[in-house]
Unconditional design. Structure first.
Ligand SMILES: Cc1cc2nc3c(=O)[nH]c(=O)nc-3n(C[C@H](O)[C@H](O)[C@H](O)COP(=O)(O)O)c2cc1C
Length: 248
C-alpha cells in the first residue's frame, strides 16, 4: 500500500485499452470501503465509458484531453437523493436539505474517490483528478442527468498510463505538520519551507515561460486568479442551492 501511495503521479496520457470489468468493479468496491458518515454512504459514482458522453464531458472539463483519452471517466457526487428516498419510503422525515448535509456528503464522496484512486493505482492503472468538476458542476449535472440533492464534487480519469511522469515535489513534512497545536509561520519559516520548491529547475523554467518574478505570482495571476475564483464560487453556490442544499 505504501509503495502505491509513494509512487502516485497524475497521469494525463492514456492508452486506449479498456479497463477490465472485473478490475473496475474491484476498484469501485474498494472505494465503498472508505469511512462514511454514519455509514449512510451519501455519495454516488457515475461511471462514464460511452464516447459520445465523454466528448460532452470533455467539453465541460475545459477540453482536458484525459477525458477523451482515458477509457473510463468517474464522477463522484455528494448524494442525499437516494438516502432521502429511503427515509421517505420508511416513514422517516429527512432533514438533509442544508449546507451541512451537502458538506457531509461531499466529504463522503471525496473519501471514496481517494480510495478508488489508490485501488486503481495498485492495479497498474493511472488516474488524474479534474478540478473542473466543481467549476462546471451545472453543465455536468445536465450531461449526467443528476437529480436534486446530487452535486458532482470530484472527477477522475482512469485507464492504463501511456506516460511515466516524474514524481512531483511536496513541501517538507514540517511545513504541513503542527505538533500538538498550530504554530503560525514567521516570515523566515515561509522562506525556508518554500525554498526547495522555489529553487527547482521546474520553477526556473516556469518563471521564464510565464515571465513572472515569483512562483507565487504564477498561482495568483495565472492559474487561480481572484476573478476566476469569485466567478466559479458564485456558480457553485448557485448549483448547491438549485440542487436543494440551502435550507429550502
Ligand atoms: C481536486 C483536484 C483537482 C485537480 N484538477 C486537475 C485538473 O483539472 N487538471 C489536471 O491536469 N490535474 C488536476 N489535478 C492534479 C494535480 O495537478 C496534481 O495532483 C498535482 O499537481 C500534484 O501532482 P501529482 O498528482 O502528480 O503528484 C487535480 C488534483 C486535485 C486533487
Amino acid at each position: 500500500m505504501l509503495e502505491t501511495i509513494f509512487n502516485h503521479r497524475s497521469i494525463r496520457q492514456y492508452k486506449p485499452d479498456p479497463v477490465p470489468e472485473e478490475m473496475l468493479n474491484q476498484v469501485l468496491a474498494a472505494g465503498t470501503r472508505a469511512s462514511t458518515t454514519g455509514n449512510m454512504q451519501v455519495y454516488s459514482i457515475v461511471v462514464t465509458k460511452d464516447e459520445m458522453l465523454r466528448k460532452q464531458l470533455w467539453e465541460a472539463h475545459f477540453k482536458q484531453d484525459m477525458v477523451l483519452q482515458a477509457p473510463v471517466h468517474l464522477t463522484f457526487c455528494a448524494d442525499f437523493n437516494r438516502f432521502n428516498k429511503w427515509c421517505r419510503q420508511r416513514k422517516a422525515n429527512p432533514g438533509y436539505d442544508n449546507y451541512l448535509s451537502f458538506f457531509t456528503a461531499a466529504i463522503d464522496a471525496l473519501l471514496v474517490s481517494q480510495n478508488v484512486a489508490l485501488a486503481a493505482e495498485a492495479n497498474g492503472l493511472g488516474i488524474c483528478y479534474l478540478g473542473t468538476a466543481t467549476y462546471m458542476a451545472e453543465k455536468i449535472i445536465q450531461i449526467l442527468n443528476l437529480p436534486g440533492h446530487v452535486v458532482p464534487v470530484a472527477c477522475i480519469s482512469l485507464g492504463y498510463p501511456d506516460e511515466e511522469p516524474p514524481l512531483t515535489d511536496r513541501l517538507p513534512l514540517e511545513a504541513v505538520v503542527h505538533n500538538e497545536k498550530y504554530h503560525d509561520y514567521q516570515e523566515e519559516d515561509i522562506d525556508e519551507l518554500y525554498r526547495e520548491k522555489e529553487e527547482s529547475e521546474l520553477t526556473r523554467d516556469l518563471l521564464e515561460e510565464n515571465k513572472k518574478e515569483t512562483l507565487a505570482q504564477i498561482f495568483t495571476d495565472n492559474r487561480y486568479t481572484r476573478k476566476d475564483n469569485v466567478h466559479f464560487s458564485n456558480e457553485f453556490l448557485k448549483v448547491i442551492k438549485n440542487q436543494g442544499f440551502m435550507n429550502q
